[in-house]
Structure formats: structure tokens, C-alpha cells
Design a protein around this ligand. Structure first.
Ligand SMILES: Cc1ncc(COP(=O)(O)O)c(C=O)c1O
Length: 480
């Protein structure tokens, strides 16, 4: 397989610690440091490393040192070389992303008092759905006079979504909106229409696992670009990867990213969109969490570049059980997507769309109430982690429903397995990436009341204190 993007000697040198301060010979410190960057998802697999000579110059070490480090990486299965295409990063055979230990695998197992932190999602606000469903039932009669199939969605809901985009500075007509069964449905439809087998789709690393599954399910190739260590985009790496790989699509979550909760500044969005235009890459932004920010929102991405496709849904601000989402694109694309969708599931349910139309007008009020509950929950989770697990590093999320904790050892999967026995269901970091990397990270949603989060963190700390760290070596870091 050809490498998909390239790191220059200078860029790799900037990612590495000062090798001379590390124990042992410099070549082995270099090999270990590159291995750690790969396993932490800071260098994506299939990235081409700089030539030995280029890296030696950048690090001011001898070429023999870099040759020895690359040989060691090759021996450990972290580097593969092809004549003519250089050396590219890989992971040892048998490394796979861990599946989610989510509710459907846990029936009947573990202690009775289970704290489920496997999903960054909330229950519906009490009483709200009941009122909206009653109002929708009263208004359904006029819709029953025809066949009820509207592949692009109910006109009233399309208009409500369009109005909201327009109010955010993205002039939108109702015919630019497709109503979907959730944001993930919109993403899958786009993949079905726009990518073919083997096409490249750029994503952030980490990213929402459902988006990765949909890319792979459509036979496309994920081109992951690591996020910055403290959160946010690495704009230069995104630009370089766009230029080097010209992906067909880019899937980005700049508004309270899952799992990190990061909000990307307008200038970074602008810089990435400019290069995506040059490389002919269609940018899709997932705005699932856009309403759940603890700080003022950034300008809508489609207001910066109207060719950006936006997907969103009521799942995160209101309730996932509604299965109502949308997609904003050109009139022509919406038309093609509606035709495609008609051949898959005909159309969305009318009653549910009427319920969503009722709720849409109250979205700001609903999200304001949500945020006033979520902020103390986020603060309680951050405080509990600082108290119980001070060795973990946690960037305080600016929004969304989760934080991304950096553990002090690459044991996320063993932790989640043991935590399940202690009654805490969490998903390992590797589920948010590709090839089994990100084992040093754990996604923790703050979607439960503060006392439950406190309890969960206490249990996690108990498990972490007893976890067997013996034998963490280069090969054992990848969990097969
Ligand atoms: C970023 C992101 N997009 C989409 C989804 C799925 O949303 P929906 O329920 O609207 O399909 C999720 C769910 O966690 C998500 O985190």
C-alpha cells in the first residue's frame, strides 16, 4: 500500500522530545519516541517518514543513528519500506481497533449498579417529548391525504432548518436541506453518493467512531490527521495531507469535536478550507454538537465557504431516539441524495418530523437549559479526575458532551475491560482512531449527574491503581 502523507524532517523533529535527555543510546531513544508517537495517534499510520539523511540533518545526529533507529522500528513492525516509495509508518500485524464495550455486549454481566459512560448522549428533557408528540398528533391529519413519502423531508421542517442556517449567516433555502434519520445517516448517504472503493476520506484523529465505520463500510480509505496534543487542529498537517493525498472528502468536526470538545477558531477553518478548495476536496462538517458550547460559537463553517456540506441533528441537543437530522448542501446535491435515499428507505417518518418541527422552534430554550445542567457536570468530572487521578492529563472541553483524558500509560483497553467488572462502562481511546493506536487515551462523557460521575471516577481510580503495568514494552503497547 502506498503511503498517504509525508512528514518532513523538521516536522518530525518538532514532535520528538530531546533525545539526548532520554536514557540509552540515541538511536534506541529515537525508535522508542517514534513508536510512542505512532501508538498515541500523533503520527498516523501510512505516513511516510523523512529520509534518513533528512532526519539526521533535522536532528543533528549521524545518519547511522537514524539508520539504526529505522532498522529497529522495522524489526518491531512499526515501519515498512518499499523501494522507490520510502519508509512509512505501520503497526504490527494483528493490531486492530477495539470494539466498543457498549450496552449490547454487557447484558446480564457485571455488578447491578452499572454506570454507563459508553455514549456521549443524553436522555430526553423530562416532559418535553410528550407535549411535542401530542401537538404533532393533532397536526397530522392534513398530511395523511397523500401517500406520505417525502424523500427530502417534510417542507415545514426543511424550512425551519433552512431558517436556522440563514440566521447563523449561511443563506439557505428549504430546497438546500435534506431531512435524514440522524446525522450519521446524512454522512452515510454522502459517502454512498460521493466516494467509490479505495477513495480517500480525510478525518481528524481521534474522531467519532461511527463516522470511521461508515467510511470503511463504504469501501473508502481513512486518511487520519492527528489533532494537536492539547486539542485543536494542526493546520499545517491538515494542509499538507490535503495537498499530498487530494482526498475525495474531508469529514471534520470543528464545533465541539467528539471526543475532545474542541472548538476550532475561524482562522484555522479558513486556512484549511482554502487548501481543500485547491485540492478539489469536498469538506463535510459534522455540527452535531454545535449547540452545546460553553463559550460563544465560531462563525458557521459554511458561512466561510458555501461549498461546505453541513450535517447536524436533534440527537445531541434534544434526544437521539428522535432520529431526526439534516444535511445542507447545494440544491442539485440535495436532489441527488433524496433520489438515492428513496431507493434505500423511501423517506423519513412523517409523525417524527412533525414532532421535530414542534421542537425546532424551542431549540435555543432547550439547549440553554441543557447547558446549565451540563456545565456543572463537566466541572464535576474535571474536578473528580484532578482529585482521584492527578497523573492523567485533561484539557477542559469547550463544549460537547465528553472530555479526552491522556493516561499516564497506554492501557486504555485493559482499563475498560477491568472497569466493566467494577461497573463502569467506558470505550477505549483506540475506538476513536484506526489501527489500534490511541491506547494512551480515554473518552469520558459528562452526560450523567455529578454524583454518578464522582462515583465512576472513584471506581476508575481504584481499577487504575491496581492495573498490572508489568511488561509494557514496545510490542505489548498494541493490543491485538
Ligand atoms: C460527531 C457525531 N456525529 C454524529 C453522531 C450520530 O448522531 P445521530 O444520532 O444524529 O445520527 C454522533 C453520535 O455520537 C456524533 O458524536
Amino acid at each position: 500500500m502506498a503511503p498517504v502523507s509525508r512528514l518532513s524532517g523538521r516536522t518530525l523533529a518538532a514532535l520528538l522530545p530531546d533525545l539526548r535527555t532520554l536514557p540509552g543510546p540515541v538511536y534506541s531513544a529515537l525508535g522508542d519516541a517514534v513508536t510512542a508517537l505512532v501508538l498515541d495517534g500523533r503520527i498516523a499510520t501510512e505516513t511516510r517518514l523523512p529520509s534518513e539523511r533528512e532526519l539526521a540533518v533535522a536532528l543533528q545526529v549521524s545518519r547511522a543513528t537514524v539508520t539504526a533507529a529505522y532498522d529497529a522500528l522495522r524489526g518491531d513492525g512499526f515501519l515498512a519500506s518499499r523501494t522507490g516509495s520510502g519508509s512509512f509508518v505501520t503497526v504490527p500485524a494483528g493490531s486492530v481497533p477495539r470494539p466498543s464495550l457498549s450496552r449490547w455486549t454487557m447484558a446480564g454481566a457485571g455488578p447491578a449498579d452499572v454506570i454507563d459512560l459508553s455514549c456521549a448522549a443524553l436522555p430526553a428533557p423530562p416532559g418535553l417529548l410528550e407535549v411535542a408528540v401530542a401537538a404533532a398528533a393533532r397536526s397530522i391529519t392534513p398530511h395523511t391525504v397523500d401517500d406520505g413519502y417525502a424523500p427530502a423531508g417534510l417542507p415545514a421542517l426543511r424550512a425551519a432548518v433552512a431558517e436556522r442556517f440563514t440566521a447563523r449567516g449561511v443563506a439557505t433555502g428549504p430546497d438546500q436541506v435534506l431531512i435524514t434519520n440522524g446525522a450519521l445517516h446524512g454522512w452515510d448517504l454522502l459517502l454512498r453518493l460521493l466516494v467509490g472503493p479505495g477513495d480517500r476520506v480525510l478525518t481528524e484523529l481521534p474522531t467519532y467512531p461511527g463516522a470511521l465505520d461508515a467510511i470503511r463500510g463504504n469501501g473508502a480509505r481513512v486518511v487520519p490527521v492527528p489533532m494537536a496534543a492539547g486539542g485543536g487542529w494542526q493546520v499545517d498537517q491538515l494542509q499538507a495531507t490535503l495537498r499530498q493525498t487530494s482526498p475525495r472528502l474531508a469529514y471534520l468536526t470543528p464545533d465541539f469535536h467528539n471526543p475532545t470538545g474542541a472548538l476550532i477558531p475561524e482562522s484555522d477553518r479558513r486556512d484549511v478550507l482554502r487548501v481543500a478548495r485547491q485540492t478539489g476536496t469536498t469538506v463535510v462538517v459534522d455540527e452535531s454538537f454545535v449547540n452545546l458550547g460553553f463559550c460563544p460559537p465560531e462563525r458557521a463553517t459554511a458561512a466561510i465557504d458555501s461549498s461546505v456540506i453541513s450535517i447536524g441533528s436533534l440527537s445531541k441537543p434534544i434526544w437521539g431516539g428522535l432520529r431526526i437530522g439534516w444535511l445542507r448542501a447545494s440544491v442539485d446535491l440535495v436532489h441527488r441524495l433524496a433520489a438515492l435515499r428513496a431507493g434505500i428507505d423511501m423517506a423519513g417518518p412523517v409523525l417524527d418530523q412533525l414532532v421535530a418541527t414542534e421542537l425546532f422552534g424551542k431549540l435555543d430554550e432547550i439547549t440553554a437549559a441543557r447547558l446549565s445542567e451540563l456545565r456543572p457536570q463537566r466541572d464535576a468530572l474535571v474536578a473528580a479526575l484532578a482529585r482521584e487521578l492527578p497523573e492523567w492529563q485533561v484539557a477542559v472541553p469547550q463544549g460537547g458532551l465528553s472530555l479526552w483524558a491522556e493516561l499516564d500509560a497506554p492501557l486504555s483497553t485493559p482499563l475498560t475491560l477491568l472497569a466493566a467488572q467494577a461497573g463502569v462502562i467506558v470505550v477505549p481511546g483506540s475506538r476513536f482512531g484506526v489501527d489500534g493506536t490511541l491506547e494512551r487515551f480515554l473518552r469520558l462523557p459528562f452526560s450523567l449527574p455529578a454524583p454518578r460521575l464522582d462515583d465512576a471516577v472513584r471506581r476508575l481510580a481504584g481499577v487504575w491503581a491496581g492495573i498490572d503495568r508489568a511488561g509494557i514494552g514496545t510490542r505489548q503497547l498494541v493490543v491485538a
